[in-house]
Design a protein around this ligand. Sequence first.
Ligand SMILES: Nc1nc2c(c(=O)[nH]1)N(C=O)[C@@H](CNc1ccc(C(=O)N[C@@H](CCC(=O)O)C(=O)O)cc1)CN2
Ligand SMILES: Nc1nc2c(ncn2[C@@H]2O[C@H](COP(=O)(O)OP(=O)(O)OP(=O)(O)O)[C@@H](O)[C@H]2O)c(=O)[nH]1
Ligand SMILES: [Mg+2]
Length: 463
Amino acid sequence: MLKDNCETIAAISTPMGEGGIGIVRMSGPKSFDIAQKIFRPKVKRPFCDLKNRTLYLGNIIDSKGEIIDEVLLAIFKAPYTYTREDMVEINCHGGLASQKRILSCILDMGARLAEPGEFTKRAFLNGRIDLSQAEAVIDIIRAKTDRALAAANRKLKGDFSKKIEQVRSRLLDVMAHIEANIDFPEEDIPEADPVYIKGEITEALNITEELINNIGAGRILNEGLSTLILGNTNVGKSSLLNALLQEERAIVTDIPGTTRDIIEEYIDICGIPIRIIDTAGIRQTADEVEQIGISRAMKYLEEAELVLLIIDISRKLTEDDLNLINLIKDKTVIVVINKVDLPAAVDDEEIKALLSEARFVKISALKQEGIEELKNTIYEVISDKMGFISDEGIITADERQRRVLDESRKFLEGALAAIDRGMPIEMVEIDIRDAWEKLGEITGDTISDEIINTIFQKFCIGK
Ligand SMILES: Nc1nc2c(c(=O)[nH]1)N(C=O)[C@@H](CNc1ccc(C(=O)N[C@@H](CCC(=O)O)C(=O)O)cc1)CN2
Ligand SMILES: Nc1nc2c(ncn2[C@@H]2O[C@H](COP(=O)(O)OP(=O)(O)OP(=O)(O)O)[C@@H](O)[C@H]2O)c(=O)[nH]1
Ligand SMILES: [Mg+2]
């Protein structure tokens, strides 16, 4: 049983570590009771006189009467709170000891430690938001650019849920239409109308397919486009990473084989997060550590959505370069011709002949030239991958939601096929019902406790 909200939960809601202010919060029926026992307001007043949603200065004291910290405390009366339950927030000094001791005082008084995401889970279980909105809260926390944040906010507002509900209510109408026909066959009710049913399912399928199409863009906004910097040793991969980040993040030397570990950072190109990954230079080598680095780079290559292949124009192409080009033939590639400040030892056309599909950009990572042009080219490639959807149309969905939509589409296609094959309408209804139920897993209408638990486990503690 999921609705165990008779318990009062508590957690530190700000990041662990030193900060200006730390927030410890509680939710549940004993929140006010516990707060009353541990809080001494500076201006003496009975606890019941504290106004809703108002900060009061005072001290948190432990069971021996010792002052733990000077804090600002607020009470939030149910039901108009984040969780729909009574809540208390304690703004203490942002030190680890202070926050931990306040939390342990609260736990001593009978609250239990909140599980990750449990505050938000209660907001969902108590009906303030649906599941997709609750999941948007993680997207907001993890958003790395302004556009990713805007997309998450649209989801929190309920845009995704509304689309799903549109499809579901269509399907519900169709089911009602079919039921009316099945239940009273001999009465004078018009027969189930296959044209109407087919039209509605087709429309539901269209909306579902549009959602699926717009998810790819959402995934890039949420997770970032994984972009691998690949090339022979010493061609300037790490120099390019540093130039893109505008900081000396990776070690750069003129010794081939400098980078061994994978270095991952995010950069923001026009509001799109790019997960940029610097790797070990790819070459034949006897060095064991370097070999490990190279095999890691190869693993990342499998998942990379964009490869920046770096070629050093001041050097003749080697067999290592040619092997690498063969490895990335089926990837989206931008060829970055580096070190254009040096005399060229290789002809542009020679490189272009090898990778005819790819885009080309010339840069000098050392002199920081051509970096803007490279960013623009990356943006064009991403826009292409995102399908040039306007931001409003972008849906951010996680793996689970993607799967739900995919399965719903299959059910709807099944329903259409069943109509076309002239199957009995009851059989068609089974597919429609399956699609309706599947889609309910996005809003949380029809979903098992187990799935709900795994969803909220992805949250941080205190959210
Ligand atoms: N201190 C603090 N900051 C915070 C939060 C919080 O809980 N505490 N939030 C969260 O972690 C976020 C704010 N989100 C919130 C969303 C809804 C409600 C809420 O009480 N909703 C009620 C009342 C609505 C109203 O007053 O208009 C409701 O919807 O019924 C509170 C916070 C971000 N900042
Ligand atoms: N002249 C010139 N030198 C560059 C340029 N970019 C990088 N270099 C130099 O090339 C050398 C190698 O640069 P890195 O960025 O370490 O090259 P890498 O590809 O990361 O090398 P590994 O990690 O060893 O595979 C360094 O001495 C850089 O200063 C450039 O645009 N022009
Ligand atoms: Mg390097």
